[in-house]
Design a binder for this molecule. Sequence first.
Ligand code: FE
Length: 205
Amino acid sequence: MDDRFRYRKDREAYSAARVRALEALLIQKGIITDKTVDTVLEVFETKMGPFNGAKIVARAWVDSAFKQRLLDNTPKAIAELKLPKGMAGAEGEHMRAVANAPGVHNLIICTLCSCYPWPVLGLPPYWYKDPTFRSRAAREPRAVLKEFGLDIAESVEVNVWDSSAQIRWFVVPERPAGTEELSEAELETLVTPEAMMGVAIAKAV
Ligand code: FE
């Protein structure tokens, strides 16, 4: 493997130190204040995150007309729900949902960099940006999914959606069997970020 793509052994500590140094420098230069980073973190903890995606998916599971509108015009359908403000901006301008179905599995990636639907999924995990993941997921999605523990039958079509500045995809996983009695709020808890990326499926607990 090319050395540029290797991770340092102390990657997390190294990144944390680099972030601290950058933050200190930006504060010193007056570009941000000591509150700025906390404010951004709070946005991703309370306003933009997979908790929004879970609400959208649970609604799609209980309301097939909403699901159809979500697939036809994702931002417009999302705007019907009472979600935090700012859902349309910051990497959320061009979101598109794709639905898994019997015989069809969807996977989202960004081959170019790390485009991701922030408002509904939050910030992407580090592996989503990994050059090896990005290239392999496009080239051999079934093998990659298997490494995530998802064995997709040969009879099931796998669609890989490449996010970009133009379109940011997310997956509506299939509603797990045996969840007919669950409320919409209970269904939300079954929707993981991984299921909305297509590297997992939603499971009944
Ligand atoms: Fe990207």
